[in-house]
Every structure is written in C-alpha cells, then in structure tokens.
Design a protein around this ligand. Sequence first.
Ligand code: MN
Ligand code: MN
Length: 300
Amino acid sequence: MPYDKEELEKFRLSGRILRETREEMKTQVHENMPIIEVCEKVEGLIRAKGGKPAFPCNVSINEVAAHYTSPPNDTLRIPEGSTVKVDLGVQVDGYVTDTAFTASFNPEGRSMANTAEQALKTAIENIHGDMALGKIGGLIETTIKNRGFKPISNLTGHSVGRYLIHAGTSIPNVAQVSLTKVKTGEVYAIEPFVTLPDAVGRVDDSPQTTIYRLLKAKSVKNEYAKRLLKYIEANFRTLPFAERWLIGVVPEEQYHAAFKELLVSKAIMGYPVFVEVSKKPVAQAEHTVLIKDDGCEVLT
Ligand code: MN
Ligand code: MN
C-alpha cells in the first residue's frame, strides 16, 4: 500500500472538506454571477473548513473546457443560458483531492451534465485494483455515446499524490489499448468530459493563461521577482496558483515586471486555458477515489 493509515486520513479529511464545499456551491452558482465571486467563495469555504485550495477554483464556460480562473479584478460574469464547469481541489498537508460539477442554464447543457455524472458513476461502480486503464476509458466512452453525446478524447483523469495533482498516471475518457493497470491503494481523480455529437471532441491550448505553477526555484535578478518566487515556493510548492493569490506580496507598481520575469526566466509556467476545437459546449463531472481490490472508496 502506498499510503499509511495517517496519510489516508488526511486524504479523507481533504475529500470531506471538498465534498461539503462542492455541495454548498451547487446551490449558489447562477446566471450573471461574477466569476471571481465563484472562485473566491469556493476558496474561502475551503479555508474556513480548515483546508487549503490545492489549485485555484476553475470556472470554465461553454466551449472552455478547463483551466480558467479569474485573474485579479476579473469583470466576467456567468452568461445567461451558459454551461459552467466548476472544478475545485483541496490539500490537507499536501494530500490532494479534486472534484468538479457542471451547472447549466439550458436544457441541452443539463443533459450533457447528467451524462457526465452518469459516465462518472459507471466508472466508479466498475473500477477496482488491477483493472486496465483503457477499460475504464471504454466504459466512460460507451456511457456517453449511448446517450447521444461525445467524450473529449484528449482530457483525462489522473492519479494524485502529496503536493501533486497529476501524479503520473492518466485515466482516459475513451477506450484505449493500454497495459497499464489501476493500482490498489492509489488515489485517482476520474473526470469525464462531454460535448455534442457533432463536435470535434478534442481541446486545444488557447493563448490565455490564468493558472501558474513553480517550475524551478532559480536565481532571478529583480528584487521583487525574488520576493514573489520565495512566496510562491513557501506557500504553493509544486501546486498551481492564481495571480489573485499574489496580491500584496510586492508593491503594486513592481508586480507586473516581477511576475513577467518569473515567466520569461521559466521559474514558473502557465497552464493554457483549454478550448474545445470546434467551439462546442463542454460538461464535466469529477470525483477522487481510493482504489481497493474489489472496488473503490469515493473520497469526495
Ligand atoms: Mn479537477
Ligand atoms: Mn482533475
């Protein structure tokens, strides 16, 4: 077993905080709501419950599949009739859990959201130690296609670890010939993404980045860049962060040049926002599970 009893209790606490936060947010997300309000509510609830956000809350609208969080002073609101993925994570002493739900304000989007939930449920009911990863992908793909929709083929679930959101193993959302197997005692996030049947069913990087992470704590010249980097190392380690979380670390007039130096010197990297190639709407569902020999324990 890769994790001892104490570590598993931290995963379970992390998952409990995340589950409570998700359920509270489900009733709060509404049309015309400022996106930054969703992000700050999620992150505030996680902190109030004794956890830390494992990554900035993602609020991804319509054809944006993932990786959008509000930049500082974001003025965007949830559009009327849109489909909104809210993806949130908690860490307790570095032990990461990851979950997502879709709120949709149109019937087709609600149907896609239900399909994503159903695909996730099917995966959870069938997954167990020693199962081939490609077989889980096949179950997810079949569930989605049987309901008349299409999975996003190049977005996957993933193993999680301590201070790691992607711990090395991917869980596909389509059938795959893969010899790699799910391991008992490991913790994985399963996350089907659903789009329309006439969509391409893949995502591409957009030029926008709103989420970042430390690459290497290298030496930078600018004094303020140095200060920012120290703060990032101490507070987020290898976990993703948002620029909103850096407000006040250095004087406002110095911030932009300092942040840019960190990016240019590759001390930090940005995650591009993912957009469905044919600009079709996307729904998502996600849980984090602990694998057992004969099934799994849903942590979130
Ligand atoms: Mn997630
Ligand atoms: Mn995930």
